[in-house]
Design a protein around this ligand. Structure first.
Ligand SMILES: *Cc1c(COP(=O)(O)O)cnc(C)c1O
Length: 227
């Protein structure tokens, strides 16, 4: 698993095959290489192999890496839980924040984006399986999130994100991915300006996610090896 270049090549091939199986354009799927816990040097290797988008979980870990690699062709996404008191550090530092899951966080991020003079792209993280231990809003909280977003002119809602329950069987994730797609369809029927991105699928189930409509897959271990 040490061969980042080879792993990326394999994964890109699988992404393409999964997209074609589903009758989708492979270019409609973006690979987010999840580099959390891996040092900047490993990220540089991936950039050298043509990987452009990277996902990090924690602001404290991400910001030094972003700085270390400034000037290279890398774009950064925040995929991990964001606490309100870290919103100031996050606003404007990430191309996309995948993990917005409460009206309070929407209000705080909007304020911080305004102060930074940026329009911040975000996804709403939805806990489709209703797991008590997980971050993410419940599906029936989406209305209140949309309400908060309607008063957050500095945030651009690009779509939805989910993390299904941990499992060894990729097929077990399929109903959760399908559900997220249906939720997005519902949101866009009511609010056509809401974006159409679906962030779903990780190392073990990204192909299933693509078959179910993922436009952003977040893959760490299969690229960089075990953490
Ligand atoms: C760590 C992480 C991933 C990547 O998981 P892998 O199993 O290593 O591919 C994806 N999404 C989120 C939110 C993560 O925290």
């Amino acid at each position: 698993m040490g061969d980042i270049v080879g792993n990326l090549k394999t994964i890109r091939g699988r992404i393409e095959a999964a997209a074609l199986r589903a009758g989708r354009d492979p270019a409609s799927v973006t690979l987010v290489a999840v580099s959390k816990t891996h040092p900047a040097g490993r990220v540089r290797e991936a950039i050298g192999a043509g990987q452009a988008v990277f996902g990090e979980n924690r602001i404290q870990e991400a910001l030094p890496k972003i700085e270390a690699l400034a000037g290279l062709n890398a774009r950064w996404h925040l995929i991990g839980h964001l606490q309100g008191n870290k919103a100031r550090q996050a606003a404007g530092r990430f191309e996309l924040i995948h993990s917005v899951d409460s009206p309070e966080l929407i209000r705080e991020l909007d304020k911080r984006a305004a102060a930074a003079g940026v329009k911040q792209k975000i996804l709403l993280q939805i806990n489709v399986a209703g797991e008590a231990s997980k971050f993410g809003a419940a599906p029936d909280e989406i209305t209140s999130l949309l309400d908060a977003l309607s008063r957050a002119p500095n945030l651009i809602p690009e779509g939805l994100m989910t993390i299904p329950p941990l499992t060894d069987d990729p097929e077990a994730s399929r109903p959760h991915f399908k559900r997220l797609r249906e939720l997005l369809n519902g949101v866009r029927a009511k609010q056509p300006s809401f974006g159409s991105q679906l962030s779903m699928g990780m190392s073990d189930d990204y192909e299933v996610a693509i078959e179910e409509g993922a436009t952003l897959v977040r893959v760490g271990t299969a690229i960089f090896g075990e953490r």
